[in-house]
Write a protein that binds this ligand. Structure first.
Ligand SMILES: Nc1nc2c(ncn2[C@@H]2O[C@H](COP(=O)(O)OP(=O)(O)O)[C@@H](O)[C@H]2O)c(=O)[nH]1
Ligand SMILES: [Mg+2]
Length: 313
């Protein structure tokens, strides 16, 4: 219970923007009002502004209209509870656990992809920190050989977190680094190997093919690898994030999304839009710039945090 509360309040801080602009605004509009068509249109407008997306907003508004017509929903303030319930129901129990190598075998290989600046390297530090605190032996692979300084950035995190990095030449073949990293992880008996990659746009065909090559190199080295191919998505990217998720999935077969930067200016509704746009589960959310600022994505806790009173927690 205490843990749950801590998670909600931490998440709550991250979602301050959504809560302040969306929920607080909605609450003040709804309080003391009778539900009518004008109010429903106002709710619709606010859902769209919160990045919930057209598809999910239409569903939510249809459900409000249906309950309004049948007389179940008559007061403005009851809409908040209705929305909470409907939102939570959007995520059926799904597999949001990380896929690991079968028991007794290692390492588990996690390939991390995304566009430039999405938060890949920072998110890797967060995953590394999480695994380390579970007592797991982690190694990193610096497959971002493209950008000057990328390897160094990963090394700095690795030094702080006390893990080893496998790296290659700048400008070298990232698949070769992936190969070396897999070999080293096997030799050292690492539990988890996390591979950083260069930022790429979903429209850059050669770079997307390079990801495919990295994946097959991993697969030949480590049976079943990569076990996870995570897309790091910047939550502030709005509708563009949805396109990235769809295109990266087509090109590389994603197993999960790490949604970064949900603190700051992000609007929490993007999580709902992602759910509607793709079947790839959000597995983690990033709520700050330090290795501790990560949470497993839990729909119920997320919706609660989104709708919590600003001064709660
Ligand atoms: N506020 C916030 N900033 C983040 C988060 N994740 C990453 N960043 C910042 O985003 C910027 C780009 O991150 P980086 O990991 O270098 O992105 P990469 O190019 O995808 O590897 C850095 O300034 C990070 O500190 C997050 O969850 N919240
Ligand atoms: Mg990076």
């Amino acid at each position: 219970m205490k843990l749950f509360k801590t998670i909600i309040s931490k998440l709550g801080q991250g979602l301050a923007k959504t809560r302040d602009t969306f929920v607080s605004g909605l609450r003040s509009v709804l309080l003391g009002r009778k539900l009518d068509e004008e109010l429903i249109l106002e709710i619709e407008r606010r859902l769209l502004q919160a990045d919930v997306g057209v598809q999910a907003t239409t569903k939510l508004i249809d459900s409000i209209r249906a309950d309004h017509r049948s007389g179940k929903l008559t007061k403005g303030e009851d809409v908040l509870e209705h929305l909470k319930r409907e939102l939570k129901a959007m995520w059926p129990p799904a597999d949001r656990e990380l896929r690991m190598a079968p028991a007794g075998t290692r390492p588990t290989v996690i390939l991390v992809t995304g566009v430039n600046g999405a938060g890949k390297t920072t998110s890797i530090a967060k995953l590394c920190h999480t695994f380390r605190s579970q007592g797991k032996a982690v190694m990193l692979g610096a497959c971002d050989t493209f950008r000057a300084g990328a390897v160094r950035q990963l090394e700095i995190w690795a030094e702080r977190l006390g893990v080893e990095v496998v790296k290659g030449q700048q400008g070298g073949d990232p698949a070769a680094v992936a190969f070396d990293a897999c070999t080293a992880a096997k030799a050292r008996g690492a539990d988890i190997l996390i591979l950083d990659t260069a930022g790429r746009l979903q429209t850059q065909d050669p770079l997307m093919r390079q990801l495919t090559k990295i994946r097959s190199v991993i697969g030949r080295q480590i049976e079943g690898g990569p076990h996870e191919t995570l897309l790091v998505l910047d939550a502030t990217a709005g509708q563009n994030a949805l396109r990235q998720a769809q295109e990266f999935d087509k090109a590389t077969g994603l197993t999960g999304i790490f949604l970064s930067k949900l603190d700051g200016t992000a609007k929490g509704g993007i999580v709902v839009a992602i759910k509607e746009a793709t079947s790839i589960p959000v597995k983690f959310i990033g709520v700050g710039e330090t290795p501790e600022d990560v949470q497993p994505f839990d729909p119920d806790a997320f919706v609660e945090a989104m709708f919590s009173e600003p001064d709660a927690g």
